[in-house]
Design a protein around this ligand. Structure first.
Ligand code: NDP
Length: 310
C-alpha cells in the first residue's frame, strides 16, 4: 500500500511532511526510486506525468496536485483505466477568490487611474462607485469560480456565472448554461473573469467575438490558462477601447518571454501564474482522503472525466 510521490521534486519534502502529519503510518516513496513496482498503489503527480505510469501493475489511482489537468491528460504514459483526481484544496480556493476579489475591487475603486495620477502628482478626485454599479461575469462556475462568485455577490456586485451544465448557484448569482447562453451572459459585462478548465471547447474563448458583447472598456481577468486567450484579439480590443484593461496571470508560454508585447502594455497587469497555488498543508487532506478511497475501492473525490477534459 505505497504512495509514490512523482510531482514537483522541490515540493517533495513539504508533501511528505504534510501527509505524514495526518497519518504517520503512510509508506511514501519518491520518483524515480520507488523500489518494487508492484508496491505502488497510488501516484501523486504535478501538472504532468513524469514518465510511464503503466509500469505499476497495482496502480489504483492517480492524484494531481494541480487543479487544472489539461497538461496531465496530454502526458504519455497515463494508463487508460486508472482514475485520475484533480486537486481541490481549500487553500487554493481561498487564494483564487482573494485574487479575483482584489482585482475587481481595484477596478471598482479606480486603482489604476489613482496610481497613474500619483505618479504625476495629480490630485484626481473621483466619486467612488458602489459594487452594485458593476456586473461581473465568471466563465466557469466550478470549485474556484463558484467560490469567487459567492464572495463577489456578498460584497454586492451583480454576478453572473457561466457553466456547461445546470447547477445550484450561490445566492445573488445569475446562472447562464451552455454555449447558446454565452452572448447573453456577456452582454454589458463590466468585468469578465475566466476560471474555466482548458479543453477543446474552451480554448481561445477569450476572443473578439466574446469581447464585443461586453461593456465598452470592460476589465478582463484571466486566471485560468493562457490558451483561453486569443492574444492578438486582446491587443486589438485594448487598442480600440473595447477592453479597457486586462489582468493576466496565465500565458501560452510561461515564463512570459522577454520580448512579449504584454510586458510593456500600459493596460495589462501581469502576475506570474501565482493567483492560487496548492498548499501541501491543506492539500494533503484531500490527497489522503482520495488515497483511502482508492484503497477501499471507492470512487475518488474530484475525479476527472477524461472525455470532458476536466
Ligand atoms: P472545476 O472543474 O471545478 O470547474 C470548471 C467549471 O467550468 C465548471 O463550472 C464547468 O461547468 C465549467 N465549464 C467547463 N467547460 C465548459 C464549457 N465548455 N462551457 C461552459 N462551462 C464550462 O474547475 P476549478 O474551478 O477547480 O478550476 C478551474 C481552472 O482554474 C482550472 O482548470 C485551472 O486551469 C485554473 N487554475 C488556475 C490557477 C492559477 O493560479 N492561475 C490555479 C488553479 C486553477 P460544469 O459545472 O457544468 O461542469
Amino acid at each position: 500500500m505505497a504512495i509514490l510521490y512523482a510531482a514537483e521534486a522541490d515540493e517533495a519534502a513539504q508533501w511528505r511532511q504534510s501527509l505524514l502529519s495526518l497519518d504517520p503510518g503512510l509508506d511514501i516513496r519518491d520518483w524515480p526510486d520507488w523500489g518494487a513496482a508492484d508496491d505502488i498503489d497510488f501516484v501523486i503527480v504535478g501538472g504532468r506525468a513524469p514518465g510511464d505510469l503503466s509500469i505499476f501493475p497495482r496502480l489504483k489511482a492517480i492524484q494531481s496536485t494541480w487543479a487544472g489537468v489539461n497538461h496531465l491528460l496530454r502526458s504519455s504514459g497515463l494508463p487508460p483505466d486508472v482514475p485520475i483526481a484533480r486537486m481541490v484544496d481549500r487553500g487554493l480556493t481561498e487564494s483564487m477568490s482573494e485574487f479575483i476579489v482584489y482585482h475587481v475591487m481595484d477596478e471598482l475603486r479606480g486603482g489604476p487611474a489613482l496610481r497613474a495620477a500619483q505618479r504625476e502628482r495629480r490630485w484626481l478626485e473621483t466619486t467612488p462607485r458602489f459594487p452594485r454599479d458593476l456586473t461581473v461575469g465568471i466563465l466557469g462556475l466550478g470549485t474556484l469560480g463558484g467560490d469567487a462568485a459567492a464572495k463577489l455577490a456578498t460584497i454586492g456586485f451583480h454576478v453572473r456565472g457561466w457553466s456547461r451544465t445546470q447547477k445550484d448557484v450561490p445566492d445573488g448569482v445569475d446562472l447562464f448554461v451552455g454555449a447558446a447562453a454565452l452572448p447573453n451572459f456577456c452582454a454589458d459585462l463590466d468585468v469578465v473573469v475566466c476560471l474555466l478548465p482548458l479543453t477543446a471547447e474552451t480554448e481561445n474563448i477569450l476572443c473578439a467575438d466574446l469581447f464585443r458583447h461586453c461593456r465598452m472598456g470592460a476589465l478582463l481577468v484571466n486566471a485560468a490558462r493562457g490558451a483561453h486567450l486569443n492574444e492578438a484579439d486582446l491587443l486589438a480590443a485594448l487598442a480600440d477601447g473595447r477592453i479597457g484593461r486586462a489582468v493576466l496571470d496565465v500565458f501560452r508560454t510561461e515564463p512570459l518571454p522577454d520580448e512579449h508585447p504584454f510586458w510593456r502594455h500600459p493596460a495589462i497587469t501581469i502576475s506570474p501564474h501565482v493567483a492560487a497555488i496548492t498548499r501541501a498543508g491543506t492539500g494533503a487532506e484531500d490527497i489522503l482522503a482520495n488515497f483511502r478511497r482508492a484503497m477501499a475501492g471507492e470512487k475518488l473525490r474530484n475525479e476527472v472525466d477524461r472525455d470532458k477534459g476536466y
